[in-house]
Design a protein around this ligand. Sequence first.
Ligand code: AMP
Length: 505
Amino acid sequence: MNLADWLLRTARRLPDAPALMRGESTVATYWQFAERAARIAGSLRQVHGVAPGDRVGVFMANSPEYLEVLYGIWWAGAAAVPINHKLHPREAAFIVEDAGARLVFVSDGDEGLAQRVPEGTRLLTAPGAAYAALLAGDPLPEPHAMASDSLSWLFYTSGTTGRPKGVMLSVANLQAMSFAYFVDVDDVRRDDAALYAAPMSHGAGLYNFMHVMRGARHVVPESGGFDAAEIVRLAASLGSLSFFAAPTMVRRLIQHARATGYDGEGIRTIVYGGGPMYLADIEEAVSLFGPRFVQIYGQGESPMTITALSRDLVSDRSHPRWRERLGSVGTAQSCVEVRVADGDGNTLPAGESGEILVRGPSVMAGYWQNAKATAEALRDGWLWTGDVGAMDADGFLTLMDRSKDVIISGGTNIYPREVEEVLLRHPAVAEASVVGRPSAEWGEEVVAFVVAQQDAPTAEELDALCREEIARFKRPKHYRFVEELPKNNYGKVLKTELRSLLEGN
Ligand code: AMP
């Protein structure tokens, strides 16, 4: 089936139900939403020559049009390539080229991407005149019939090498993720409203399907992002809000509640995940807002679907080990098997830490045109997550560390190598190594250790270089100039030692 079949079915059943909202204003009913997707699909096929199986880029800020574009792409039988809008155009261009996308939807102001993408790539600004022309085209009457293993969402994540890799998500992967949500995370009702407070290119966007199936509202805040005061306002006027939030966002909501006395009224469910949540924060969040939280643990390679800690378990204080459970990421979601293994893939006894392995229908088919990385990640049918954890005798999984040294700041992954490569371009930098330091505000923040050549660079110069080359959120917040980097016998930098250097100060 085609993911857009869910939209068409809801549009036939509930044509007048409000579907897409910008803040408090409805911008499309379900019928209009489906009609727009059908017209986008028709125009993509007839005017832009998009064929089933083609990849179409989406480098857009959060907006109601984002969902129209996604469903238009699927309706045409093509695959969407959502690109984090916070990325630098240079980084976005790499993804466009790697995915072989010849058409990219962008937001107003992103036209500069044109200079960086391969010749012949077309950019289409949405909303805008070209987008209006798309919507005026002839509709493709039915979503293109697709096999369930067809590529639908090419989800770009980065590897240890710092080069983003395209995770191939099929129709079946996203179906499994969506059904698991209903079973393990939350039910969705018609009067619910999905709020897009986190980037739609990632978890928040992946979580649209359940609300489409149920005919619930999709609300994109006018700010396009996370603004606690705005969310509280929308919760009061719209009611029954559900949204995905990185731990940083939950912390901001707590700070807002402390200052205003807000008690969670109007929010139905906050699904948190994407990075470690401090125990003290979730305890306070539950005491301020009550049982409104569910935790999930997933990764692009098994989107949103590895484990979950249910609403009851997040708020229950009666179990003797409730605190340990609250500090875990919960138990395996229903459609997957999860185990902790040693380096050879042997399952370890309860309590011992090792790499987390996942098997099931939500697991990706592989990385786009990257057989080597695919073979490393998928072995004997199991996904090797690169996360290290331990499972207790009751099946609760606790994450210990990330074997890949990924820094997670504000819920977004930062791959040290990418930042290091930029720093190394400065002629006065001999060596650079980047690690994460715990931050109450962001979860982690980036710190760079730099060994200078004779003439040392200043932190300002390095910051200016980063501004030119990478997204702002990836820039180091602090620079440490050192004589040399700690290394092992093979010359590999010991990041654990760098992290412990940061501990005391
Ligand atoms: P991404 O592929 O961008 O979704 O990043 C996935 C990574 O984020 C995982 O491999 C984990 O390291 C981390 N992560 C996701 N969910 C959680 C969670 N609930 N708690 C701690 N870390 C998490």
